[in-house]
Write a protein of this length. Structure first.
Length: 316
């Protein structure tokens, strides 16, 4: 099979039929063999009923329904697990991603041997203040942190070789950073394609301003895991050595000062009255805590078992 198209969705009953017709026309026009995987992330409208109706008419449709809303990352994870196409496309269900971009993405992956092609919505139809500007700041920070020179990390329209999506683990809210996850897994041929962005026709966005706060926090998380995910002691141990060294040097200074004054019969205060005593004690305690955090991180890493973080209610 040439293509798997994975579409996570939440309450998009007004868009699903139109999206399916659009994708089907593009697939037929380009003579692609394909499967269309809808992942209903706990919709409370008629989305699942529409998907069931479509699946009864089209053998290309597969679908997964969650018991509740778990998030886009979990929806993508579930879709990736059952995707069988040589190339896997992800796109949103709100008609803002254009299926006409898929053939060019497929061609780039297969003919130019890329691992991943990320869409770039160069011209957007979103609010400048609440989406465009924060998005530019977010993408600039992601580029600086990850080393990937992509303009739009969060674009839903992406193409992957099958072995990429079978290798990476998309959890939490890490769908924004799939290119970074792929790079960390050793898939370095990552490119970008300018794609057409459509104005939303139905419903309203499911993401509020808080997504940018979450995005920056996730960026810190993924930076940590990419640098120290396999060896947490390298980070916590380094901080532990630093703090313990500060504490040891402070204690040495207190002891040396005390001996010096005793040797020359100079008046001196009690050790516990010296502020450096508390600096030394605090630094040493913090250093020990950093070492303990590093050891615990190593233990958790070695005993970690991957758990599925969502519950599937129905499959088609």
């Amino acid at each position: 099979m040439q293509l798997s198209i994975v579409i996570p969705l939440l309450n998009e009953d007004e868009s699903i039929n139109e999206l399916f017709d659009w994708i089907h026309q593009v697939m037929q026009k380009n003579k692609f063999s394909y499967e269309l995987i809808f992942v209903d992330d706990g919709s409370t409208d008629n989305s699942w009923d529409i998907i069931q109706d479509l699946s009864s008419k089209s053998k290309q449709i597969k679908a997964i329904r969650f018991t509740k809303n778990y998030g886009k990352s979990q929806a993508l994870h579930a879709g990736f697990k059952i995707a069988q196409g040589d190339v896997v496309i992800t796109m949103d269900a709100d008609l803002q991603d254009n299926p006409e971009e898929i053939p060019e993405m497929y061609k780039t992956i297969t003919e130019e041997n890329f691992d991943l092609i990320s869409g770039w919505k160069k011209k957007r139809y979103d609010s400048v203040l609440f989406k465009n500007l924060p998005s530019k700041l977010f993408n600039a920070a992601a580029r600086q942190t990850s080393g990937l020179k992509l303009h739009d990390f969060n674009c839903g329209l992406k193409a992957y070789r099958n072995d990429v999506i079978k290798t990476i683990e998309v959890k939490g809210e890490m769908h924004r950073y799939i290119p970074v996850l792929a790079k960390n897994a050793g898939f370095t041929r990552i490119g970008e394609q300018v794609v057409q962005h459509q104005a939303r026709q139905h419903g309203k966005t499911k993401f509020g301003p808080e997504r940018f706060i979450h995005g920056f926090l996730d960026l810190i998380t993924i930076w940590f895991f990419s640098r120290f995910g396999k060896r947490p002691m390298h980070l916590f141990g380094a901080f532990g050595v630093l703090m313990f060294s500060i504490g040891f040097l402070s204690a040495f200074w207190i002891g040396a000062s005390k001996l010096y004054k005793l040797w020359f019969n100079q008046p001196s205060i009690l050790v516990v009255e010296n502020p450096w005593f508390y600096i030394a004690l605090t630094a040493m305690l913090i250093g020990v805590q950093f070492f303990i955090a590093g050891f615990l991180g190593e233990l958790i890493l070695r005993n970690n078992k991957t758990d599925q973080s969502y519950i599937i209610k129905q499959k088609i």
